[in-house]
Design a protein around this ligand. Structure first.
Ligand SMILES: O=P(O)(O)OC[C@H]1O[C@H](OP(=O)(O)OP(=O)(O)O)[C@H](O)[C@@H]1O
Ligand SMILES: O=c1cc[nH]c(=O)[nH]1
Ligand SMILES: [Mg+2]
Length: 210
């Protein structure tokens, strides 16, 4: 599986703000919005373009536009914090939604929402979820997409654990990963170490469980 770590200093400074336990929800969401812009910018490098003629005030010249804007799929809840900034950069895109909550004991994802187009053949998809931990949630989401015929999936994460990367790699699904960091590992509650805590709770509130 192709993995890109976005190690730009501006991306790493937003990641540092998100990791810092003193960062409040508003500042955490702001850092996630800005970091998502950078992840989408890098992920979009490989999108197909088409050329067309545009008239400047002076002369005609060749212009560029996306040939096939990707479907954006935030994984609820935590991926919701990436949705607005991804759509701002890709205004021609449409959006689907997948709702998953990881069981605290088994760490298996429980699906509670699925709102996706029936046919995703010939359509690139950007999946938005800040956290790739065991990989169970993102594997589940990407299987939903592949079951609809999708053959071009990019997963955009803030943090990825090696176990989650291995799991996606072994899944055989047609995907690439763009992340701001590959962290050390997982603790006994399957939270990413050093990580940033629970990305959903840090954005929207909830009880600390890590
Ligand atoms: O790789 P995994 O081990 O599956 O863990 C990662 C998942 O856990 C988090 O969601 P969570 O289940 O906490 O739901 P939330 O977004 O509602 O907080 C995160 O946003 C991922 O979806
Ligand atoms: O570290 C982790 C692991 C799963 N989900 C999170 O939000 N954080
Ligand atoms: Mg959570």
């Amino acid at each position: 599986m192709d993995v890109l770590v976005v190690d730009h200093p501006l991306a790493q400074s937003r990641l540092t703000a998100m990791r810092d336990a003193r960062t409040d929800s508003a500042a955490f969401r702001a850092a996630l919005h800005e970091l998502t812009t950078m992840l989408v910018y890098e992920a979009a490098r490989s999108l197909e373009i088409e050329r067309f003629t545009v008239e400047t005030p002076v002369a005609p010249t060749e212009g560029t536009r996306l040939a096939n804007p990707p479907l954006l799929v935030p994984v609820l809840r935590a991926g919701l914090g990436m949705a607005d900034s991804a759509l701002a950069l890709l205004p021609e895109s449409s959006m689907g939604f997948v709702g998953l909550a990881r069981d605290e004991h088994t760490f298996e994802p429980r699906a509670y929402m699925e709102s996706l187009p029936a046919d995703l053949a010939d359509r690139p998809v950007f999946v938005l979820d800040p956290m790739l931990a065991t990989g169970g949630s993102l594997e589940h989401c990407c299987r939903l997409l592949a079951d609809r015929g999708c053959t071009d999936i990019v997963v955009l994460c803030v943090l990825a654990a090696p176990a989650g990367i291995d799991r996606l790699d072994r899944s055989g699904l047609p995907l690439r990963l763009v992340t701001a960091s590959i962290d050390e590992g997982l603790n006994d509650k399957a939270f990413i170490v050093p990580g940033l805590g629970d990305a959903g709770d840090r954005q929207f509130g909830g009880m600390p469980r890590f």
